[in-house]
Design a protein. Structure first.
Length: 197
């Protein structure tokens, strides 16, 4: 009887040690992945974001609070993000961008691409009034050129696509501030430091 108790304690100790080792290994992998992502983000800083020659401006909510495209183009800082307009979850993420726009005074340019050339899902959600608090126009990338012209931004599927640029579209920061508190803090710090100069 005493032998069985000792064996159970021994087995429990072994299982506990295995769990601890796995946790440490996964932490190390997580750290390495974060370093790879940071390295990739840093390598894009200073590169120029290339915009398609032609995108359609879509402004479903015409009110006096919306900001026009000329003011956006002339802004000293801009945030660009690519949204898949044929993906329900991706279209839903626009609500996160609406919340983010409330924390900054920098134009957010959402470029919408879609599997269907009519942008049916995206337009339907807009017409239902889901994004009426978004004060910027949307830009429809009918030919999916933004993706093609900036392929290096989308190479790592684990990184969501967003960049902070200067007036000449030189990339200052890379990463999606609506999906990471750390990246959001980086954006806010960078924007505040550049606006104060």
């Amino acid at each position: 009887m005493n032998f069985k108790i000792t064996t159970k304690k021994f087995n429990g100790t072994i299982v506990f040690l295995i769990v601890i080792v796995i946790c440490f290994m996964s932490c190390d992998n997580s750290t390495n992945k974060r370093k790879e992502v940071k390295s990739e983000r840093d390598s894009l800083v200073g590169e120029k974001l290339i915009l398609p020659q032609r995108m359609l401006m879509y402004q479903p909510f015409s009110d006096s609070n919306s900001i026009d495209s000329v003011r956006i183009a002339n802004s000293s800082l801009k945030v660009y993000s690519l949204i898949d307009g044929s993906c329900v979850e991706c279209v839903g993420s626009i609500k996160n961008w609406i919340n983010f726009t409330k924390t900054i005074n920098v134009p957010v340019i959402l470029i919408i691409r879609s599997a269907d050339d009519q942008f049916n899902l995206f337009k339907y959600v807009c017409e239902e009034g889901e994004f009426k608090d978004f004060k910027y126009p949307f830009f429809l990338d009918v030919k999916n050129e933004f993706y093609s012209l900036n392929r290096e931004l989308f190479a790592n599927k684990g990184i969501k696509t967003a960049v902070l640029t200067d007036v000449n579209n030189k990339i200052l920061l890379f990463g999606n501030p609506t999906q990471s508190n750390t990246i959001q803090k980086d954006y806010l710090d960078k924007i505040n430091s550049l606006k104060s100069n």
